[in-house]
Design a protein around this ligand. Structure first.
Ligand code: PMP
Length: 366
């Protein structure tokens, strides 16, 4: 039985090996996972405490409208309830957007490298994908606009961009939107929104009042530390949200995920702490990389793309033997780099030592 033709050229997502497997294989006591941009500080302690007091009715389907989460977000973000769409992570929202707007013969534009799921889902729907290389890690917005044709339906902007970490400024965004045809949908993926310097805030939610062809995606997986619960949201116009909700499965976010997201969202102290710890670790890591003369992209997120003297795979293999898991750039379409999620302080201090050793070995080989 053969699926769609395009699937013959694609591969399933390759999950990393389990921590237990790596511990056994490399004989290490501790695994430090710096590969998926998760929160090394866990999640809201308020949520942790309240979990014991919940009684869930697992025999019932969840609230398909996510009423409490919706009203919590709409009160704070000052948008109408009907402007939200919830997803099992923003991953699912990307899939829903593609299913809603793209089909065979249509065209979509994204940066490269960027989050690969935009491309993945667009190809499955039979759309034609144009990838515009980033310049110094930033979206080349002019080139992206120059690629617009009469078949273009969706443009993807990721800010801060995964994996380069650079953000699009408000001025750049406004100038882009002013030149982008209104019939082309712009998806602004702000998965790492909370981490960036507020000076990069595009004020996306308010931009919706100006641009009716905009969807903003945010997630509880990163700064909120709820990656395991799978919950993200889109904010857009009521008209677009209505269409996305037709495509969305009726019960796509679980009871626990909805409840946890409400509590986590209200605990902004945890977010502030996460963001400030991330900044300290990021600055220290940048300082360290300078001492070994390795280049990196100045990141606005909780990860950093670092240029490596060898292949990224080579450094990956060295680090995994010490229990550190990072993402080799070869897997991201950016050879001779690695993307490293910024971990907590002590683990990063050990990482500095490991990279120092690795660098010495590489210099000795020259
Ligand atoms: N967008 C970007 C840019 C990401 O990096 C990720 C996760 N790596 C996602 C979306 C999806 O995140 P989630 O499905 O956990 O919300």
């Amino acid at each position: 039985m053969k699926g769609k033709e395009i699937l013959q050229q694609m591969t399933p997502y390759q999950p990393g090996k389990s921590a237990e497997h790596i511990k056994r294989k490399y004989n290490v006591d501790k695994i430090v996972k710096l590969a998926s941009n998760e929160n090394p500080y866990g999640y809201s302690p308020v949520l942790k405490q309240s979990l014991n007091n919940f009684s869930f009715n697992f025999e019932f389907y969840p609230d398909g409208y996510a009423t409490e989460l919706r009203s919590t977000l709409s009160d704070t973000l000052k948008v109408n309830d009907e402007q939200f769409v919830f997803g099992s992570g923003s991953d699912e929202l990307i899939q829903i957007i593609v299913r809603t707007f793209l089909q065979h013969g249509q065209h979509t534009i994204m940066a490269t490298p960027t989050f690969p799921q935009y491309r993945h889902h667009a190809l499955i729907e039979g759309a034609h994908v144009t990838e515009v290389p980033v310049v110094d890690g930033k979206h080349d917005l002019d080139k992206m606009l120059a690629e617009v044709t009469e078949n273009t339906k969706v443009i993807w902007l990721c800010t801060p961009n995964n994996p380069t970490g650079l953000s699009i400024s408000k001025d750049e965004f406004v100038s882009f939107m002013d030149r982008c045809p209104n019939e082309v949908l712009v998806v602004l993926d702000e998965a790492y929104y909370e981490f960036q310097d507020p000076k990069y805030d595009i004020d996306a939610i308010n931009q919706l009042k100006v641009y009716s062809n905009l969807i903003t995606l945010r997630t509880f997986s990163k700064a909120y530390g709820l990656a395991g619960l799978r919950v993200g949201y889109a904010v857009t116009t009521e008209k677009i949200a209505r269409q996305l909700n037709i495509v969305r499965g009726p019960f796509n976010t679980s009871q626990i995920a909805q409840k946890a997201a409400v509590i986590a969202f209200k605990d902004q102290n945890f977010i502030e702490e996460t963001v400030s710890k991330n900044k300290i670790v990021k600055d220290q890591f940048a300082q360290f990389l300078k001492t070994i003369n390795w280049e990196f992209y100045p990141s606005e997120a909780n990860f950093m793309l670092v240029k490596t003297p060898s292949s990224g795979e080579h450094l990956f293999n060295f680090l995994i033997e010490h229990g550190y898991i990072i993402r080799p750039g070869e897997l991201l379409g950016y050879p001779k780099t690695v993307r490293i999620t910024l971990g907590e302080k002590d683990d990063m201090a050990t990482l500095h030592l490991l990279l120092q050793t690795y660098n010495r070995q590489m210099l000795e080989q020259e």
